[in-house]
Ligand binder design. Sequence first.
Ligand code: BTN
Length: 267
Amino acid sequence: MDRSDYQALDTGAVLAELGDLASAFSLVHLAECDSTNTRLLTDLPPDDGRVHVVAADVQTSGRGRRGRVWQSWPGASLTFSALWRFAPGSPVPAGLSLVAGLAVARTLEELGVEGVQLKWPNDVLVHGCKLAGILVELTPGRGRTPAAVVGIGINLQLPPDASVAYPTGVTDLATALGRAPDASRLLGLLLVQLHRLFDVYSAAGFAALRGAWQQRNAFADLPVSILGEVETLAGTCAGVDDDGALLLRTADGLRRVLSGEVSLRLA
Ligand code: BTN
């Protein structure tokens, strides 16, 4: 694909991919915005029963976890956010970002990508390199149950001279598939998977999806360090528990690590 004539998102094609689920979504496509997460958080759409999605061809202030920046080049990545409002009493915060990662992984597998793995809490790797990132931010929702803005960035075709810092490197779908995928189809497939898995999650919690997540755990049984704000923990990755917390086998026994401002590294 020539980067100068990349295909912008086509909302009609996304809705066609959604089929019967199209009426469950409201989809806004912007040529440019600061950050699709920020857009949804600052201009909260009405609670009309639909999942509100904002996708942008380019973000001028794309945000990642832990204050990082999600860089943008035209046609380089699919960037979108979806506002999910859950029924009161749903188990929203803890495992949600892991479920979003699983939805991305399943979508990529559906497209034929090999070597997809998940790095806790929610980076999506292909043959060890980062292909997608997820930023979940909470906002008031229904009753006491927060709503979640689920922001996803997937590398489609990075510029050859792109410099993106990541310990094991980054990759894109053009490399993984041998061709850049159609962004509209990809977004449609992703929304279907997110819808399916969030339904399971809100009805049965992360426990129902834990096995599927662990099958793709990039660091299963490997020595890792967890870099927190105040301490670094070392141990062996023993998977995740029913709440989505990371289990670390340390010299002092099994430790639970909750997502948040921590970073996981291969030791
Ligand atoms: C990370 O890897 O640290 C998370 C990256 C999340 C990037 C996506 S792109 C769409 C949405 N809008 C943002 O500003 N961030 C998320």
